[in-house]
Each structure stands twice: as structure tokens, then as C-alpha cells.
Design a protein around this ligand. Sequence first.
Ligand code: HEM
Length: 156
Amino acid sequence: MSVEVARLCKASMESAKVGTEEDKLQNGRDFYKFFFTNFPDLRVYFKGAEKFTADDVQKSERFEKQGQRLLLAVHILAETYANQEVFKAYVRETINRHRVYKMDPSLWLAFFTVFTMYLETKTKLDEETKKAWAEMGKVFNEEAQTHLKNSNLPHV
Ligand code: HEM
């Protein structure tokens, strides 16, 4: 049920807060440090940061900002999940904004595994919560692929 999935995802996002304080900014940097360290091949999409190490991310104003944008987007997913119409509209908007990066369409589902792994560096996730993120990823991905197809773009 979407209300329960939303509740669990929102609760786990308590450990990845956004904000202007240093600890909140660090949550965002930490996502990209984790991402680039564990999935270095995906740095290819980040122009000018293709060789960035975790240390480069830490010192980067670009990734301080991008970390907040990314975390805010995931908070919005969790906050809107109980309203599927709004959630799916936000998924489509996210896909539209990524069009220029020409990403492999399989990455939309993969993102949720990456994000769950990042969250696990911040807090202990129970099985129910992991299932909730997997469910959200499934719904996100279905809407993403449908939207890519309807936009005549590569999809899986
Ligand atoms: C921006 C890649 C998944 C939200 C970006 C940028 C890239 C990118 C290359 C430009 C940032 C820069 O170069 O400085 C990817 C890849 C993904 C992924 C490879 C999957 C593995 C997602 C997801 C969300 C998201 C699932 C939403 C929850 C954003 C936001 C921005 C952004 C909010 C800021 C720019 C904007 O809003 O248009 N992404 N992205 N990304 N991404 Fe992603």
C-alpha cells in the first residue's frame, strides 16, 4: 500500500536531511562520495567530474549544491508517494530534466539500489524499509520507462 511505503521511506529519510547547516550539506556530499567511489563508471555523465574522487567531491561547491538537489528530489519522492498522481508527474519531470545527459535507461531502476546502499551508510534499514524503497523504485521505473517510450526515447 502506497501510504505504508511512503511512511517507511519518509522515516528513513530522517537520516539524510537537507538544510543549510554543515551536517545537512555533508549528507548531500556524502551521497556523491558514495556514488562516485562505488560506481565510478557512472561519473561519465558528470561533465568535468569524470575523474572525481571522494576527496574532490568533498571540496567541490558544485557537489555541495548538487548533493542538496539530489537529496531534495528524493525527499520529494518520499513526500509525494502517497499521492500517486503527483508522484508520477514528478517522475516524468525528473526524466525530462535528465534528457540532456543521455543516460542508459536501465539506470533509473538501478538508482534505487544505489540510494538504499547510501542510506545504509547513515542508518540501519530494516527489511520492511528496504522493501519499501524497492517498491518505490519499481513504481518510479515503470513510470520512467513508459514516459521515455511515449517520448520516443530509448527505454527498457
Ligand atoms: C542532476 C545524473 C538519477 C535528481 C543530474 C546531473 C547528472 C545526473 C549528470 C547533472 C549534475 C552535474 O553535472 O553537475 C544522474 C544519474 C542518475 C540520476 C546517472 C541515475 C543513476 C536521479 C534521480 C533523481 C535525480 C533518480 C531524482 C530523485 C537530479 C536533480 C538534479 C540532477 C534534482 C539537478 C538538476 C535538475 O534538477 O535538473 N543528474 N541522475 N537524479 N539529478 Fe540526476
